[in-house]
Ligand binder design. Structure first.
Ligand code: B3K
Ligand code: ZN
Length: 829
């Protein structure tokens, strides 16, 4: 696929103000008639339409048949007049569509996924986000098989047809880009409710789910209503159609999709009840329901000019869903987990061959750029703006953004300009966050002279694979001086000194409170101070980070075959936390986790995988040996408390103590009152590689064989467990696994690649060399999303480097998809 560049953006040669679509749905031969109302947007008479995997039936311009020509995969039509009506008929095979882009049929229903460039698999079109049209969609299908026919907007007509068929016509009055188009046809159970907006509009709310699972949509419905209210209260944003529909499907490449008025969700982010979903699942569902709903304004009403601007809608909407989550069910762990995503996944992305700014400069396959950088780092950038401008200033910026740009397709610069103008501030340097990739390293030096305390801060962003030159960026450095209060230092330059006042004793600095900027910290703070922060800082992120910094020193020493005093300090602090009165179970649940091997990989440039695995085992066994009694007491104290925080803490403690508590793990699993407890116990058994884990996994599979979302938990544990590789053949034969379903393949194979050290063995690479081409042929997008960890091959030891390089090279064949091909090309460059 040819690379596109942000710098080459050109306005479209034509605009399409209206699009009338007719879908004659048949399982393998669906006919699509698309009638566009075109106007020239300049002088170029050549209309170039995107199209992929289509069978062209006919083309008519203003009622006359035309013979089109093809150039570089596009359909080219000469349009003499300034405006015209274009009718195109295409035929597609939704059943053969295993890529799950465009219109596909799966699980007995038709559904669509058009973002980023899937609409071109439905008809020839200007498949780009800056072409906004009003859609009218007629859907025709067999009535018995597909009683529900849905599309965007409001239902205008429906009725019976000959031969057992029926139709429904939908009209969406809001002009939208084609990536927001959606169609669903199927036979679902329906949960309905309603919401009255602040200005009195009654909105019908509908959630469509697989038969028999209606009650499991209740939590999603509550989250939806809360989201609608929250966006009114927080940003003054109301819903703008008569109905809002959500359809849950099991075959889906991503989490969900914000199609106008008709969100399509991966079923795992809709369906939940206490027996089948964990507390974390409930929170994820609420966050994603909110995220997609919030897109109605940040994404749909104001959309992106081009795909390089993806963070315009995604970074902003992730920030909004994070704000929502902290209001809805937030705990001290919420922000810690957000920071963890950045520090493990995003920092790794920036350290590897896929490094890109939150507004990428070059893209071949757009689907490869739905990344933690664009989404989560993008949200961190918005969070910094929010902090800089304050709540009222940020809201003023949002108001101005909608006032200026409602109904338009705009750029990230437009967004930042609205923020700047509403607040009368200069944000030109801040825009560097959109241009520059990489992770700034923030070095902190303390100044302590004659009772005066101060800080010398300096920042440096090392070169990344995509960009050699870096400059300083404005960044907020939030601090606490233990016992003396908090402050936010605004670092503007490469180096700056801040005087913080007079003290009797050198204060203890809690750095980067709330993870105030997406940076790596270099700070030679004493081990004792880190231990004090771990126990006493008022900010949860600082406490968990202090523990990690201690462990990083310890593990670095262990990898050199040395000992380090950090071990005793870490254990002593954990002891202190476990014996003090319990004040924040969520936070303690985080402190009682031993960092994953993945998290540890982020501490070092070169990955000594065997060393890290051994270090992690050693940390676990040290905790067991030295702290069993106090941790077990705490476990006894919280294990029966019916409260979310207590469950989180119980699961952390159970995981740490799995080996000595073998029977306890077993009992906990058998007596579990909900999925949080059952899954927690099972995960502990697997983490400890207990003898009973086979029996428990078998029991779990038997209990939940009918629930694919729950069986994904089982597949994930199969991917994680030690000895996974030798059991793979068997697991893949289990009815729970399905090569064509990306939820299943991601759960088993994706988890294996991302978390299991057995992946990085000769046998692991051999196995992947067989599995990945097969997966890529079925679903390129899902496959490309799994291989991220393998692209880091240069950071491994020599033997693994060779093995991985050979694996990646072997994947480059004439059959390789554009998705996977782009990643391999970058990784091997
Ligand atoms: N916008 C969609 C993601 C589309 C992914 C295309 N590969 C979901 C979301 O971010 O809300
Ligand atoms: Zn989104």
């Amino acid at each position: 696929k040819p690379v596109k560049r942000l710098a080459d953006y050109k306005a479209p040669a034509f605009l399409i103000s209206a699009l009338d679509l007719t879908f004659e749905l048949h399982d393998t031969q669906t006919r699509v008639t698309a009638v566009s109302t075109l106007t020239k947007n300049g002088t170029d008479p050549l209309l170039r339409l995107d199209g992929e995997q289509l069978e062209l039936v006919s083309v008519e311009l203003d009622g006359k048949a035309v013979t089109p020509r093809f150039e570089e995969g596009q359909l080219v039509i000469e349009v003499a007049k300034d405006s015209a009506t274009l009718k195109i008929v295409t035929q597609i095979d939704p059943t053969a569509n295993t890529a799950l882009e465009g219109l596909y049929r799966s699980g007995g229903a038709f559904c669509t996924q058009c973002e980023a460039e899937g609409f071109r698999r439905i008809t020839y079109f200007l498949d780009r986000p800056d072409v906004l049209a009003v859609y009218t969609t007629k859907v025709i299908a067999d009535k018995a098989q597909y009683p529900q026919l849905l599309s965007n907007g409001n239902l205008v007509e429906s009725g019976e047809l000959e031969g057992g068929r029926h139709f429904a016509t939908w009209h969406d009055p809001h002009p939208k880009p084609c990536y927001l188009f959606a169609l669903v046809a199927g036979d679902f159970d329906l949960l309905e409710d309603s919401f009255t907006t602040a200005s009195g509009r009654d909105v019908l709310l509908q959630i469509f789910v697989d038969k028999g699972r209606r009650v499991q949509a209740r939590h999603a419905m509550e989250a939806l209503k809360f989201s609608m209210k929250w966006d009114e209260d927080t940003y003054g944003l109301e819903y703008d159609l008569d109905r809002f529909m959500i359809v849950a499907v099991d075959f889906f490449n991503m989490g969900a999709m914000e199609n106008k008025g008709l969100n399509i969700f991966n079923a795992k982010y809709v369906l939940a009840d206490d027996d089948t979903a964990t507390d974390q699942d409930f929170d994820n569902i609420a966050a994603i329901i909110a995220h997609e709903y919030f897109h109605n304004w940040t994404g749909n009403r104001v959309t992106c000019r081009d795909w390089f601007q993806l963070s315009l809608k995604e970074g902003l909407t992730v920030f909004r869903d994070q704000q929502f989550s902290s209001d809805w069910a937030g705990s001290s762990a919420t922000r810690i987990k957000e920071a963890q995503v950045i520090r493990t996944l995003q920092f790794a992305e920036d350290a590897g061959p896929m490094s890109h700014p939150i507004r990428p400069l070059e893209v071949a396959e757009m689907n490869n750029f739905y990344t933690v950088t664009v989404y989560n780092k993008g949200a961190e950038v918005i969070r910094m703006l929010n902090g800089l401008l304050g709540k009222a200033g940020f809201r003023a910026g949002m108001d101005l953004y909608f006032k200026r740009h409602d109904g338009q397709a705009v750029t990230c610069d437009d967004f930042v300009d609205a923020m700047a103008d509403a607040n009368d501030v200069d944000l030109s340097r801040f825009k560097g966050w959109y241009r520059q990739s990489g992770t700034p390293v923030l070095t902190v030096r303390e100044i302590w002279e004659n009772g005066h305390y101060g800080l010398k801060l300096s920042q440096l962003t090392p070169p990344t694979s995509d960009q050699a030159e870096k400059g300083p960026l404005p960044l907020p450095f939030a601090i606490e001086l233990l016992g003396h209060g908090k402050d936010v230092l605004q670092l503007q330059d490469a180096e700056q000194t801040f005087a913080l006042g007079q003290f009797d004793e050198k204060p203890i600095l809690a750095p980067l409170c709330g993870f105030s900027a997406p940076v790596k910290l270099v700070f030679e703070q004493s081990d004792d101070e880190l231990a004090a922060l771990m126990e006493k800082a008022s900010d949860g992120f600082v406490r968990v980070d202090a523990a990690e910094r201690l462990l990083q020193r310890l593990v670095a020493a262990w990898l050199q075959g040395q000992e380090h005093p950090a071990l005793e300090l870490w254990l002593r602090s954990l002891h202190g936390i476990a014996t003090r009165p319990l004040t924040d179970a969520f936070l303690d649940a985080e402190l009682f986790k031993v960092p994953s091997v993945n998290a540890m990989q982020g501490w070092f440039e070169q990955i000594d995988l065997d060393g890290l695995v051994a270090a992690r085992q050693r940390l676990r066994s040290q905790v067991r040996e030295r702290l069993f009694a106090v941790l077990h007491d705490r476990y006894q104290m919280v294990k029966d408390v019916k409260e979310k925080g207590a469950r989180a803490l119980t699961n952390s403690l159970l995981t740490l103590l799995a080996e000595p508590l073998e029977q306890g793990v077993f009992d906990r699993y058998q007596q579990a009152r909900n999925m949080t407890e059952r899954q927690g116990a099972l995960a502990a058994a697997v983490a400890g590689d207990l003898a009973n884990s086979d029996a428990l996994l078998a029991d779990f599979a038997e209990r939940f064989e009918d629930n694919p979302q729950v069986m994904d938990k089982w597949l994930m544990l199969q991917g994680q467990r030690s000895g996974a590789l030798k059991r793979m053949g068997k697991v893949m034969e289990h009815s729970a696994f399905n090569w064509n379903n990306p939820n299943r393949t991601r759960a088993l194979i994706g988890t294996f690649i991302a978390t299991n050290p057995e992946c990085h063995t000769e046998a692991g690479y051999q196995w992947l060399s067989e599995v990945l081409p097969k997966l890529d042929a079925i679903n390129p997008q899902a496959t490309a999303r799994m291989v991220g960890p393998l692209l880091q091959w240069r950071r491994f030891d020599q033997k693994r480097r060779q093995g991985l390089e050979a694996l990646l090279k072997g994947l480059q064949t004439p059959h390789t998809s554009a998705d996977l091909g782009e990643l391999l090309g970058k990784a091997l460059k």
